[in-house]
Design a binder for this molecule. Structure first.
Ligand SMILES: Cc1cc2nc3c(=O)[nH]c(=O)nc-3n(C[C@H](O)[C@H](O)[C@H](O)COP(=O)(O)O)c2cc1C
Length: 316
């Protein structure tokens, strides 16, 4: 049992990465029951967005309770650090996590050492993912006391790191720089990719796109089939004004229009809706964002099969 398993209290070093809208208690529990760690993402299981932090936290309480009905294994919650959480949505949700005994926080945002100390004192295990990771920020996070770091390369689905370093190099650099365990994120979609990340010193995987194509993921069936039919050469990257948000999108209407705007120099293109594109399957009106390795995924499998496959890359 490696350090990731020991820290998180899980049997296999496979973490299902949080993904806005498309996670749910069913997905998270299926991953945790298979021996990995499921993480509830923003709006996990929600039918509609909630207007206030308090309403959001109370809806999340229902999702946490539902998850606990489905599994007695550890699971986590995606939160933002104080620097990113200006409206207080994560602050309210973290209070609910304390009350409900959620054991793990998967945090994004700039590190706030005082906040990390508070979370540790409250008993949480902390997985930290800098969305734009550097060796320097990994050291700051280690010093602040996070338990596990995620090294994300620009191969990932969702918002990509600005810097064009792939997962293998980014992971190797961060493993070399810190003593705490590191999870590799970005393009880890099968056993071979998991094994590659183990070879360069990662102690587990943080996989998103592969779990979109799970039977238990609530993303629309049309979205899943769109990903299954992704041609590796079709993926495009949208750039936004501050350079901080790039989206890989399949080339549908909204994405094509946004790319044309990008080409004209407009770095504030309308990129459509995540909710429509991924949850509702209306990809002409929204985004379907995936890893650059998406075309290596060949089938829609159960979370149990996915956890087992990725874990084999780590000799489990
Ligand atoms: C559809 C989608 C939505 C995502 N939404 C979030 C999010 O809300 N919060 C977050 O911390 N990361 C989010 N991510 C990033 C994942 O947590 C993870 O870092 C990434 O999926 C790993 O790369 P992979 O997709 O190649 O496995 C998202 C990724 C995807 C594919």
């Amino acid at each position: 049992m490696n350090r990731v398993c020991k820290i998180l209290g899980i049997a296999k070093p496979v973490v299902q990465a949080p993904m806005t809208w498309i996670t749910s208690p069913e997905l998270v529990a299926a991953v945790s029951n298979a021996g990995g760690l499921g993480i509830l993402g923003f709006n996990a299981g929600f039918e509609t967005g909630k207007a206030t932090p308090e309403e959001t936290a109370e809806e999340m309480r229902k999702m946490i309770r539902r998850t606990k009905e489905l599994t007695d294994k550890p699971f986590g919650m995606n939160v933002m650090t104080s620097a990113f959480d200006r409206a207080g949505f994560s602050r309210s949700t973290i209070e609910v996590c304390k009350e409900e005994g959620v054991p793990v926080l998967a945090a994004i945002g700039t590190i706030d050492a005082d906040q990390i100390r508070e979370w540790k004192e409250a008993g949480f295990k902390i997985i930290y993912r800098d969305m734009y990771p550097t060796v320097a920020s990994a050291k700051v996070a280690e010093e602040a006391g996070v338990d596990i770091l995620v090294a994300t390369g620009c191969d990932e689905g969702g918002g990509m790191p600005v810097e064009a370093t792939g997962t293998i190099v980014k992971t190797a650099l961060i493993v070399d720089a810190v003593d705490i365990p590191v999870l590799a994120a970005g393009g880890i979609v099968n056993e071979a990719m998991a094994k590659a990340s183990a070879c360069i010193g990662a102690e587990g995987v943080y996989a998103g796109t592969r779990f979109v194509l799970s039977k238990e993921c609530r993303a629309a069936q049309a979205t899943k089939y769109d990903i299954l039919n992704t041609d590796a050469d079709e993926l495009i990257v949208l750039t936004e004004a501050d350079g901080h948000l790039k989206w890989r999108c399949t080339p549908h209407k909204v994405a094509k229009a946004a790319i044309e705007e990008n080409n004209k120099g407009n770095l504030k293109p309308s990129t459509g809706s995540f909710y429509k594109g991924m949850l509702k399957g209306d990809m002409e009106a929204g985004i379907n964002t995936v890893s650059s390795a998406a075309s290596l995924i060949k089938s829609i499998d159960s979370c149990e099969d996915i956890v087992n496959e990725l874990a084999r890359g780590y000799g489990y």
